[in-house]
Design a protein around this ligand. Structure first.
Ligand SMILES: Cc1cc2nc3c(=O)[nH]c(=O)nc-3n(C[C@H](O)[C@H](O)[C@H](O)COP(=O)(O)OP(=O)(O)OC[C@H]3O[C@@H](n4cnc5c(N)ncnc54)[C@H](O)[C@@H]3O)c2cc1C
Length: 395
């Protein structure tokens, strides 16, 4: 077990931190207030190689390991949840899934440009009547000669307007319940496809989230990922990667809460002393620090298992659940420490509080992860070994 960052990881951390300080921090307040998703920043993320961090170099990525991806997510979310969410969806949910399940033609056509950041990928699982209950989805894919015809709707899809390619889950055989779900690579340019951003979100306002519509969309049969009926397994394996990035990002959210709160503790005085000298304020700071360190340990443990190709659904779920809860509490306490000033956008902590809520909901709600953990402990849930392993890293 090694708790040290490698030289390469330290350099990566510094690169992302510098990027966030220069390209995100000065503008994020305004983007958030205006609900502006900045495509230019996505392009810059790609230019410095952050869209394919743990994709092998042979497929256009940087060939780094999972914990390097965690570092990127942590540092990005220190700036704002929007860009970490973009990396989670593009890399964690889409590209890693293509790497794991795609055939060589699909990898060359879709994964390589995504890993290079030339194209953006997204993940379309949730529907108006199907969130936690994936098997309730209504979208259908009907085989017709060389095509599948897709009909249906997705909702709450991150990068809905920004992505070029979507992983879309649809029923090819509803009678088989979740064994009848299949996964497809859908291009934005296909006729009958459209998207619409959602307005009025509580947080991640600098992000892009919304609906996808499929009206008789012809998807070539070559764009079926895996086999017909593999869709549920594919979605769950994608979530194992996505949840890891969400957990790592939550550590960055706690870092941001700590930074803002420590500054304010030294700046604000009550009863003749810095508020940081009051023990009840110290308690909130201490809990943030404990949350950060515990979350990091859970994230890096899950990352180590991933690097070894060992099934890690249980460990990743625990990391995601705990880190997101700690981040949400840290943001709440950060506002508390700022008093009334924390309640306005004069300070960033109100944005942290709004942003920290979605990660407690997406990629498995707090309740779903609680149930998963209880079921593992009680012996009601057991995972099979991974049926497809990822290629070794750094090759
Ligand atoms: C900002 C944002 C971005 C998102 N991006 C994406 C994306 O890119 N792609 C995508 O596919 N989806 C995305 N989602 C959707 C997200 O994954 C779903 O919202 C999530 O899975 C929960 O589904 P739901 O909202 O339908 O809630 P529901 O499943 O309807 O749950 C409602 C409530 O009931 C509880 N509940 C449900 N079932 C149980 C149970 N068995 N036991 C106990 N409690 C239960 C839940 O915990 C929750 O509190 C995004 C959501 C947000 C907010």
């Amino acid at each position: 077990m090694n708790f040290e960052y490698s030289d390469e990881q330290q350099m990566l951390k510094k690169t992302v931190r510098d990027f966030v300080d220069k390209e995100v921090m000065p503008y994020i307040g305004e983007w958030d207030a205006k609900g502006h998703f900045d495509h230019g920043t996505m392009k810059k993320l790609a230019d410095i190689g952050l869209m394919g961090v743990c994709i092998p170099e042979s497929y256009g990525g940087s060939g780094m390991d999972y914990n390097s991806l965690a570092i990127v997510c942590e540092e990005l979310e220190r700036g704002d949840t929007a860009f970490r969410t973009a990396v989670s969806v593009h890399t964690g949910l889409n590209s890693m899934t293509l790497l794991q399940w795609g055939n060589e033609t699909q990898k060359q056509k879709y994964l390589v440009p995504q890993a290079k950041g030339e194209k953006i990928g997204a993940f379309g699982l949730t529907e108006p009547a199907a969130g936690s209950d994936v098997a309730a989805l209504q979208t259908t894919a009907t085989r017709n000669d060389d095509y599948y015809i897709l009909n249906g709707q997705k909702t709450w899809i991150s990068l809905c307007d920004a992505a070029d390619h979507f992983l879309v889950f649809a029923y090819t055989d509803k009678s088989k319940k979740h064994h009848g779900i299949s996964a497809f690579i859908v291009e934005r340019t296909y006729e009958g496809f459209s998207s619409k951003a959602t307005k009025g979100k509580l947080g991640i306002r600098a992000g892009n989230t919304g609906e996808l519509f499929f009206d008789q969309v012809k998807v070539p049969k070559e764009n079926l990922l895996g086999e017909e009926g593999d869709g549920f397994k594919i979605a769950m394996s994608a979530l194992d990667n996505g949840r890891f990035t969400v957990a790592a990002g939550a550590c960055g959210q706690i870092m941001a809460c700590l930074e803002a709160s420590v500054d304010y503790c030294h700046e604000r005085e009550t009863f003749g002393k810095e508020i940081g000298r009051h023990q009840l304020v110290q308690q909130m700071i201490a809990k943030m620090e404990a949350g950060l360190q515990m979350s990091r340990l859970l994230v890096y443990r899950a990352g180590e298992l991933k690097n070894k190709g060992v099934r890690n659904t249980r460990e990743t779920s625990l990391a995601k659940w705990q880190a997101c809860d700690f981040a949400n509490k840290a943001a709440d306490d950060a506002v508390q420490i700022h008093g009334a000033y924390g309640y306005s956008n004069e300070y960033p902590v109100e944005r942290y509080l709004r942003n920290s809520k979605a990660p407690v909901i997406y990629e498995g709600t707090r309740e779903i992860h609680t149930i998963m953990q209880a079921e593992y402990v009680l012996g009601y849930r057991k995972d099979k070994p991974l049926n497809r392993t990822l290629p070794p890293w750094n090759q």
